[in-house]
Design a binder for this molecule. Sequence first.
Ligand code: ATP
Ligand code: MG
Ligand code: MG
Ligand code: MG
Length: 439
Amino acid sequence: MRLSRYFLPVLKENPSEAQIVSHRLMLRAGMIKQSAAGIYSWLPLGFKVLRKIETIVHEEQQRAGHIPMLMPTLQSADLWKESGRFDAYGPEMLRIKDRQDRDMLYGPTNEEMITDIFRSHVGSYKDLPMTLYHIQWKFRDEVRPRFGVMRGREFLMKDGYTFDLTKEDALHAYNRHLVTYLRSYERMGLQAIPMRADSGPIGGDDTHEFLVLAETGESEVFYDSQITELKFGDREIDYDSVDQCQAVMEEFTSRYARTDETHDAALFAEVPAERQRSARGIEVGQIFYFGTKYSEPMGATVQGPDGKPVPVHMGSHGIGVSRLLGAIIEASHDDKGIIWPEGVTPFHVGIVNLKQGDDQADAACDALYASLQALGLDPLYDDTKERAGGKFATMDLIGLPWRITVGPRGLKNGVVELTSRRTGESEEMTPEAAVEKIA
Ligand code: ATP
Ligand code: MG
Ligand code: MG
Ligand code: MG
């Protein structure tokens, strides 16, 4: 992309409405624009990162055999009346009436709808196990929408629903999701720690939240520092293997890690004092096994091996796709701007032409641009007439991992300058060497 033909409305001044760094940087980098409290337009740069995060989530879900689909944002209230949640959900649910005076709502989540789809079409235990998921906009009329996309009212969520014949099978689905989540977050350059969470008034269910440690996080967390040394890495895993998924689950949840809702001071005291940590965290996902909570009242049964109907065991598993942009920036920035992890960066490299209009500099930039694209990379070429200082500031603000600076002086010696956004280190080299290093 050539910057002169792109839409990147960066702000020079710090917007006063932003209280935390990720919100400030997303506004300044021209990624989002607020449309109403907690509702945002995704401008081209923000949209690009959102799509990258979504793609990672899709890839990791499908790697585990989970099936993508799409349910609507607007739902009829009927199913929610059936499950009893229409009244129970409270003011966070946006309720709408259509012209026939029918109760509608903008879905805050999709348990009811997916259970209805399941009961309409699946009848036998032989069709199980099954995991269906979608990535769709949700609406929750939060009391305090704030921190930009971190606590929006309209937000993008991946929610997956598992259907199994037995509790053991459902717990395998739960563990399998834990593995897919660990892989997804790591690909986004994030460490998200599974922490035992509160399953609410029902109790007895299994649930973990995934938290990214950050001072601006809304949750208070307590953990054994050993947990931060764990990495999933690039290990191979067979998602059908109960033992393998179980082993990962045990590895990542055996040390103390809880949010304030489930924190147990006596248990925490058993962690060696030098490893006890209390901090703040951002909830970027949650996995939940809830058994037959919806299948029973809504009649989602399958015929078991003995021919008798059994309510299916279910779980729901969410990832805060749009919140992740904020979480990634909270975890990766400096005083000049964002520092995108390679896995989610909107462009791979920025090209800065120090003397736009100079034949030699222009030709060198065009050649670089073409060879980067030929390698499947996505460069952002600042071909505007702005002065060098301004171009550097914009590149630092939008945080691409690499910058190639091209100017007449270097070109005389056949070199350009390659700068790493993360380390700030610059090196002179031939354009070919720069391309090779990035690829
Ligand atoms: P929170 O505790 O932050 O209100 P939640 O527990 O209500 O979140 P879940 O129902 O677990 O949210 O939804 C799954 C994921 O969706 C959450 O882990 C979070 O990452 C994301 N999410 C929830 N609410 C919002 C919101 N208002 N804005 C952006 N993302 C959200
Ligand atoms: Mg909430
Ligand atoms: Mg929560
Ligand atoms: Mg949650």
